[in-house]
Structures are given as C-alpha cells and as structure tokens.
Design a protein around this ligand. Sequence first.
Ligand code: NI
Length: 169
Amino acid sequence: METLKILTYPDKFLSEPTKPVENIDEKTQNLVKDMASIMYQAPGIGLAAIQVGINKSLLVYDISPRDEKRSLQVLINPRIVESEGTTISEDEGCLSVPDFRANVKRAAFVLVECFDNKEKPLRIEAQGLLAVLLQHEIDHLNGILFIDRISSLKRGIYKRRVKKNLNNK
Ligand code: NI
C-alpha cells in the first residue's frame, strides 16, 4: 500500500486502453481499497485504475456530499451501452491533469453496464454529475483524457504550460 501514486499528463501510460478484470479476487479488493484511499486523500470524486498505473478496467467514485457519509462505488469492466442528448460539463477537472479545468461536451444521459466488487452485475442510469463522471472515468479506461475532448486551441495552452513547467524543473 501507498506504493501507488497518481500518474499525471503527459505520462504515456494514461493513453493506453485497459484490459478487462478477469477475477474479482483478493488482489482486486486490495486495489479497490488502495484506490479509494488515494481518491479520498487527493481529494477527488472519481479514480480509474490506469491513473495509478494499473492497466485494468476498474474505477471507483463517490459523489456523496462532503458532509455526508461516504458512499464508495466500485465499477468493474464498465461500458456505456446507451447514451442520449448532449450537455456541457462545467469546469471538468481530473487528478491526472492538475491545475486545469475546462467545459467538455458530454452526453446528457448514459446507461452503464458493469459489475461491482461483489461480482454483482449492475446497470446504472445516470444524468447530471454522475453521467459526466461516468463518461470521464470510462474514458480513462479507454486511454482518453478530458483534454482530448476540448478544442485543440485550449489543449495547446495547457500542453505549453506543462512543457514549460517540466523544463523549469
Ligand atoms: Ni480523470
């Protein structure tokens, strides 16, 4: 534990598609625990395994309000089976893209099929914040970052900033 850390852009690993989880075994449960603690510590509301260097189709999230009890959700091998409408997510951000936010065009409604960590099949109908979060996290599992979905002009501004910071190190 605590050997995992959050990878950030431009780490090439973040653009790799992930492999399906084949066994929800003890190793998977330990990964879920580690990812949850990293996410809460960050703090963030969602985290995909690829962001901590694990090439598996698994994500965790918790969108419960901060003053309420934690409600960790674990999605294994999730896929979007239906999507409808469009919305613009305001100030979308990502733990792997620090210090940058942007509005992103997203589907307004999604239907996601997956398993939870007790091997129970789930179907999640989502809109609003949850729909955006699921699209963002499932994008990670396909090697896509939210900055891949904004205009090349805006992306260029961020890329130049990152390059400058790397050169100054
Ligand atoms: Ni992200």
